[in-house]
Every structure is written in C-alpha cells, then in structure tokens.
Ligand binder design. Structure first.
Ligand code: INI
Length: 156
C-alpha cells in the first residue's frame, strides 16, 4: 500500500533569524503586535540575539524596507507588522493595498517568507481587538505563519 506523503513545518524557531518590520504609524497598536511576535518566537525556541526590529514610518514604507532586508540574506523570514485604520479617508485603501501587494511581491521575488501582520480595520476599536485583546493578536499570527513557512519551504 502506498501512503500519502505529507510535508508540514515543525514549529521550532531555534537558530532562525527574523527581521521584525514594524510601522510607527498607530504605534500604540503596532507595539502590541511586536510584543506578540517576539513572545511567540521566544516561546518557540528562538533566541533574542536572532531578532532584529526595524521601524519604518508607515505601512506604505514597508515593502521597500522588506525588499532590502530580504536582499541581505541575513534573515530566514521577515515579520511585517502594521495597522491601517480606515477612519474617514480613502487614503486607507491606497496605503493598505500598496503595502499588501508590495509585501507579497517581495516575498515571491526574494523567496524569503513574509509574515503578513497588517491590521486593516474600520476603526481603532477593531484594531485594539486584534492587537492582544478579545480577537487575538495579529503579531502572533504573523510570527507563527512566518515560522511555519520557513520550516515548510526547507522540506519542499
Ligand atoms: N500608515 C499606516 O501604517 N497606517 C495608517 O492607518 C495610515 N493612514 O491611515 O494614513 C498610514 N499612513 C501613512 C503611510 O503609510 C505613509 O507613511 C505616509 O503616507 C508617508 O509616505
């Protein structure tokens, strides 16, 4: 009988280097995402000395910084954290759209996994809910996804 072969990632961060790319815009929210991501990596065997936090002004600036980080070859994955809150301006769609598209492109072009931890919400309350209160922490999710993808890609 043949068996089904399965490739899946072991969730250990031991020995892996991560860049945590964080937007300053809405930093009260983003700092919670950064805290969640760091905590996740450390609880999964990662080491503080293998974490580098990089701050950029806003979500719009994240793709270019991610591209340069990926090109260094120093990081196994880039964990991208930001918060775009709709408010009353169409700016939201442009900023969130460009950040999302840009980060996806960086990941595909470079082959470096990107953890996508960009909150896109209608208001601040929804952002707070997703930054370590009643709806989890998007930073944890992004760190977990980045780690899992590193470990899966190693095996493909
Ligand atoms: N940047 C964000 O990270 N979140 C936002 O909600 C946001 N809004 O709403 O405008 C935002 N704008 C700034 C943008 O990312 C750039 O930093 C700015 O346009 C300068 O290039």
């Amino acid at each position: 009988m043949h068996h089904i072969s399965t490739i899946e990632g072991q969730m250990t961060a031991k020995g892996l280097s991560f860049a945590i790319l964080a937007a300053r815009f809405n930093d009260t929210i983003v700092d919670r995402l950064v805290g969640g991501a760091i905590d996740y990596i450390l609880r999964h065997g990662g080491e503080r000395e293998n974490l580098t936090i990089v701050r950029v002004p806003g979500a719009f600036e994240m793709p270019l910084a991610a591209k340069k980080l990926a090109a260094t070859g120093k990081y196994n994955a880039i964990i991208c954290l930001g918060a775009v809150v709709r408010g009353h301006t169409p700016h939201f769609d442009f900023v969130a759209g460009e950040c999302t598209k840009g980060l996806a492109q960086v990941s595909l072009d470079s082959g470096v996994p990107v953890g996508f931890g960009l909150l896109t919400t209608d208001n601040l309350e929804q952002a707070i809910e997703r930054a370590g209160t009643k709806a989890g922490n998007k930073g944890v999710e992004a760190a977990s996804a980045a780690l899992e993808l590193v470990r899966v890609l190693e095996q493909i």
